[in-house]
Design a protein around this ligand. Sequence first.
Ligand code: FAD
Length: 424
Amino acid sequence: MGNERNWAGNYRYGASELHAPDNIEQVQELVARSRTIKALGTRHSFNGIPDTDGSHLSLSKLNRIVGLDRESGTVTVEAGIRYGELCGYLNDNGYALHNLASLPHISVAGACATATHGSGNRNGNLSTAVRALEIVNADGETVALSRDGQDGGFAGAVVGLGALGVVTKLTLDVVPAFEVSQTVYENLPLSQLEKHADDIFFSGYSVSLFTDWKDTAINQVWVKRTAADGQFTPAGPELYGAKRATQPLHPVPGQPVHNCSEQMGVAGPWHERLAHFKMEFTPSAGEELQSEYFVPRDQVYRALGAIADIRERISPLLYVSEIRTIAGDELWMSPNYKQNSAGIHFTWKPDWEAVRQVLPLIESKLEPFGARPHWAKLFTMEPSRVQSLYPKLPDFRELAARFDSQGKFRNAFLNRYLFESYNG
Ligand SMILES: Cc1cc2nc3c(=O)[nH]c(=O)nc-3n(C[C@H](O)[C@H](O)[C@H](O)COP(=O)(O)OP(=O)(O)OC[C@H]3O[C@@H](n4cnc5c(N)ncnc54)[C@H](O)[C@@H]3O)c2cc1C
């Protein structure tokens, strides 16, 4: 089987075959004997980052939980597991992950490979939870790397973009299980962000702003709060001029609200509130395109103001925009590398011809803020610009060459944005 499409249906892969091995030995054997091969997760990326003209390798059958280590506060999983499969187990055992993306449907390995994130000023992206990982390199050998190890390269390998090999196991930090309550507010004037951006993003453990850019108001503010000392104080009726919603809401107007995680301030387990969408329903809008750019968190008001200048161009093509915050990290290829960030995200209607005309305008508006594009979403930025945003790229290239001297795991996307040098 080959020529699969991605989840959104906007990208058809060029792979000639798709393997789904039953065990790690089969992964090693397939990698060793292939000329070109690429790991495929749950296909939720919007661009060619998982593509290959050789073989695709899905770890969907390697999705077991290897073990929970209460002493070290970690869980080890096989790389094909999806967050939705892991979270219930952790919660049943009294543990949690520090954060989740908007949807639980994605594989842990695929999410970490692209620095997938949720929200929260103090929350690093999902790959910051990785304490150790095992990778099958181009020779078919398994290499183990850990955060505390002396091996070097761990900080480069975690957000590996699929370029180093096939991740087969990950060990993730866990924290004690916690409860979250989710309250949605409506109509936050954008001007409130000028003075109060920090207060607004600190008003919960994880905060998301949604706007359709039809005017300069933020349509919805989703505030996910944790209980202090086991007690939830009731969420106030107002948040900087935004009013508490009187019924549950979907971020995309007109989409079914039962697809969303519970709101209205009702407390519940972390994994049933941190993602916006429930595992058993379609996340987001379904047929859609996505783009996202990361700017320094303390520049978010100015960056949104720059986008507001072109909102008439954006709004007709858009389902919704979401603004989240992500704590800075030390992972070389993370867009949050050494930078507390705000992610400015766009869920587009499925009209690539029109969207591709608008992305350069957004990118030029965000250029003064050093915006880095999300690795797994759609962008039109020149490769030279992308490369200039990653100071550790030369080290990453060396690391990739150590794991894959022949370029077995490379593809057109990786060559263009990482490996081919551009002089401007
Ligand atoms: C509806 C929707 C909502 C989304 N919400 C968010 C969000 O809230 N936050 C956010 O940051 N992103 C979000 N995304 C983007 C998504 O998180 C990323 O595309 C993520 O990479 C998807 O993981 P995946 O398992 O589908 O990986 P794939 O798309 O299948 O692959 C992504 C990359 O991971 C690599 N990879 C996969 N498995 C392995 C492995 N075992 N070893 C080595 N490399 C591997 C692939 O080679 C490829 O480079 C969303 C996407 C959709 C469709």
